[in-house]
Design a binder for this molecule. Sequence first.
Ligand SMILES: [Zn+2]
Length: 447
Amino acid sequence: MKFPTAHLVLVSVFCLGLASFVVAKFSEEDEADRFTTESVLLAMPKPLPAEQALGTTDGTYTENDLIGPGPITSPEPVQTLVQKVAEVQPGDNLANIFRHQGIAARELALLLESKPLGARLKRIFPGHNFVFTLNENHQLIKLTYSPGPLETLAFERTGNEFIGREVLLEPEVTTAYRHATIDHSLFIASQRAGLDDALTMRLAQIFQWDIDFVLDIRKGDEFYLLFEEQYLGDEFIGYGDIIAAEFINQDDSYQAVRYSDKNGGPGYFNPEGKNMRKAFLRAPVEFSRISSNFNLRRKHPLYKRTMPHRGIDYAAPSGTPILASGDGRIQSASRNSANGNFVVLQHGEQFVTKYLHLSKFARGVRKGSRVVQGQTIGYVGSTGLATGPHLHYEFLVNGVHRNPRTVKLPDAEPVLGQELKQFAAATTSYFTLLENYKQQIQLASAR
Ligand SMILES: [Zn+2]
């Protein structure tokens, strides 16, 4: 189990040889909403082994373990230290946090000068904590700052300077499974399964080359997910990677597994070792913005027209980002009476994509400039001949209009080839785990 290590590291950060026990009082600060804890620490002549200071061995800890009463016998205090905790409030900056603690500006300057970690203090965020350790003369002895649950920066005074070090905690990583069946919205189904929207986005992004998450999601679609969760003790810290997933869209099943190929970073591959990425996104709109009614995009207002319709319409709130569906070059970014503001992208020799009725162009979008897949090129609007805000999207192959939803998209990355054996060895077990989970779910629902 990794936890005890993490625990000990944490403990040593806070105690660092100080046997720490609390005479703790909560000081009433002048600003009511500012949370400050103050405790008096008695410095010990000799550091205690961390296990001894720990107090508990059952794998749980509370804040009291960190500063709480340890099994200390007759300490001989040499110096009284005061510890204060201050939480960064919205609008706070370093200068006013230090001023509020009554710490001289010079101390802050010394901290910021300490290389290389001092500069990190300039990036502080509301909700994060500073822990100040001060001596009787109100001189700063030590400062710790935690930019995240897994990272602590500790600065300690040595003479007239501060020496900073970084302490990283290893979270315990466990795997977890989820299944969800979509009723109205992917995001709502995921939330019901206990997943947050950020993870749902990551799931959708894995499949976004195959599935149009704006137009193609239907009631009854479902997914099975194998992913990592990170814990620190009993506390859930966040999600790790999605390990494997299956998405069933209108009875078509898509499977993907995470794998790092020889060419570089990790990606997602289907069971045959084909990269999930393709040269074009299936839907060129940012679908998170229209997630609230994923399923309600069935009606295409312009299909009612008698004139031929050579693209797809994505009804979406005005201002929804429009994404370049593939890498390419801007052939035109212009305006006319029918199309309103529109962008035409050239992708190599064969492919052209068109985006019509934009409310405005994204910054830097002009004829001749390069774009990469997923880059925002403009925003949904209703300029030109449009009954309401929507994106009209066209996909041309060798000058011929094709249906963007069904056209076979070229691969962006090659199949793994000679690496296939290695790929299979590394990933088959994940597909098996996911399949077993799926069978359990199906058995349970059949009962
Ligand atoms: Zn249209």
